[in-house]
Ligand binder design. Structure first.
Ligand SMILES: [Zn+2]
Length: 82
């Protein structure tokens, strides 16, 4: 009788770099609502803000579309302490 392909057969025949994809699939199955996690990153605070119509820089009041977080402020590229 013919044998059915199993997951272990698939992994064995496609073992080059396949571990990552299996791990990701596993996470999604465990908790489908979970967002991808980034270790050491606080998801509550964005480091970058894009406003299509422009918004005032917290430091120089210039109207810009892209601002970066610098401390508690959202500042323009000129004010950002890179
Ligand atoms: Zn500024």
């Amino acid at each position: 009788m013919s044998r059915d392909a199993s997951l272990s057969d698939y992994a064995a025949t496609d073992s080059d770099g396949d571990d990552e994809r299996e791990a990701a699939t596993d996470d999604a199955a465990d908790d489908p609502d979970a967002a991808p996690e980034l270790d050491g990153v606080d998801p509550a605070q964005a480091t970058y803000a894009w406003v299509p119509d422009g918004a005032a820089c917290d430091r120089c009041a210039a109207t810009v579309t892209a601002r970066w977080r610098d401390g508690d402020d959202l500042v323009c590229a000129d004010c950002k302490d890179w």
